[in-house]
Design a protein around this ligand. Structure first.
Ligand SMILES: *Cc1c(COP(=O)(O)O)cnc(C)c1O
Length: 387
């Protein structure tokens, strides 16, 4: 639903700025040191942003390659009318072979055994072989390029093989060891790509968000292994790793907001919330926020995190509840029932991003975004009118 942000009066909601998403896509594309195609990674409901809306705006920008995690996500996109390549990055049971075929989906092949199982269904399914170059998650063994070549050639007669890919696992970390490891992965992938070059596969790709910026340089190796970047986290304006510098202008596309249902005075000696974990030491004003852990606010932020109110930080006090959270607003003037607050995003001169929240929790921004619950309604807004 596209609306004007001022009109939203909900308990807990997300505003996705489609023009910022578009900017992130375009800035990233321009920052790449060579011409490259972008495969937009829109798994997990586009990292919580809404996969159909994200796919639509990116299609509009010219993107026609998409990646998701599973067949349900892929079918949902097709049913919403999304065209182009949709690559399923993980395992789908061979039971769904006909669905893969009927919806024109592209399935990642995770192993030779899996290729055999899909082939046995007799559906000529579009697929891309995952090559394991050191992550040890999925794929055929990239240390054995000749075996890879034999397997890929064998199944290219039975399945419709249109690509190969690998995944870099430390491309976001700036150290000699990680750089050596990543070049090792890229070179292994290159050897496999060389061994199947006679198949002229159109989709040969190895870079994620971080890899695209750090490794997709003028290095000639990329002439033969293709220049498609699978762009995930940076599309949404967050860092693959908090130490990883982003091109200027890329910013979070999502703002998470909530409201205040009550503000009250609480006196020294009283306690706040379940478990009585917060002891009031001064005359305090406490605001009740209408968002809780069932909305995706991690309960480990109890007595630790904060919420932005009128351009100030209000510390979370007491334990976060399922649907409500308490915040200390003693030092913030004019806080009242009905005021809007920012759980993630910008308020006045302050910003608090999913990366900041993740750092507080010892996790990554990806997880914060993916945990934003379904019951938090998404609204689509545009920060400029040029959409
Ligand atoms: C999730 C994923 C990506 C996207 O990674 P980002 O770090 O978000 O850019 C790319 N490739 C594969 C195989 C993935 O699973």
């Amino acid at each position: 639903m596209e609306v004007h942000a001022n009109q939203i009066e909900k308990r807990s909601w997300i505003e996705v700025d489609l023009s910022q998403l578009k900017r992130n896509y375009q800035i990233y594309k321009q920052s790449l040191k060579r011409d490259a195609e972008i495969m937009a990674v829109i798994k997990a409901d586009a990292y919580g942003h809404g996969d159909v809306q994200v796919a639509r705006i990116l299609s509009w920008c010219g993107c026609h390659l998409f990646a998701v995690s599973n067949i349900d996500e892929a079918v949902g996109l097709r049913e919403a009318g999304i065209q182009g390549e949709i690559l399923i990055l993980g395992y789908s049971s061979p039971f769904y072979a006909k669905t893969l075929h009927d919806f024109d989906l592209t399935q990642a092949i995770v192993s030779e055994e899996y290729a055999e199982a899909l082939a046995a269904t007799r559906w000529r399914i579009k697929c891309q072989f995952a090559i394991d170059t050191g992550m040890n998650r999925i794929g055929i063994d990239g240390d054995q390029p000749d075996d890879c070549s034999r397997i890929i050639h064998k199944y290219s007669d039975i399945l419709h093989v249109n690509g190969i890919f690998t995944h870099l696992c430390v491309a976001d970390t700036d150290s000699d060891e990680c750089r050596d490891f990543t070049w090792g992965q890229i070179n292994k992938f290159h050897a496999v790509a060389d061994a199947v070059s006679d198949l002229n596969l159109p989709y040969v790709h190895c870079c994620n968000s971080a890899g695209g910026l750090h490794y997709l340089s003028q290095d000639p190796v990329f002439d033969s292994i293709g220049t498609i970047v699978r762009l995930g986290i940076i599309l949404y304006g967050l860092h693959p790793d908090v130490t990883f510098p982003l091109p200027s202008g890329i910013a979070p596309a999502l703002t998470w907001k909530s409201a205040i249902s009550q503000v009250k005075d609480v006196h020294p000696g009283e306690t706040i919330g379940y478990g009585r974990t917060f002891h009031v030491k001064r005359e305090s004003r406490i605001a009740t926020i209408t968002t809780g852990y069932a909305d995706g606010l991690n309960r480990l932020l109890s007595n630790r995190g904060y919420i932005l109110i009128h351009g100030h930080r209000a510390p979370i006090v007491g334990r976060i509840c399922m649907d409500q959270t308490l915040a200390d607003v003693t030092d913030i003037p004019n806080v009242k029932m009905g005021d809007k607050v920012v759980m993630l995003g910008r308020s006045g001169d302050l910003t608090y991003t999913a990366d900041d929240m993740a750092t507080e929790l010892g996790t990554i921004g990806y997880e914060i975004l993916c945990n934003l619950s379904k019951r938090v309604q998404r609204f689509y807004v545009s920060s400029n009118n040029a959409l």
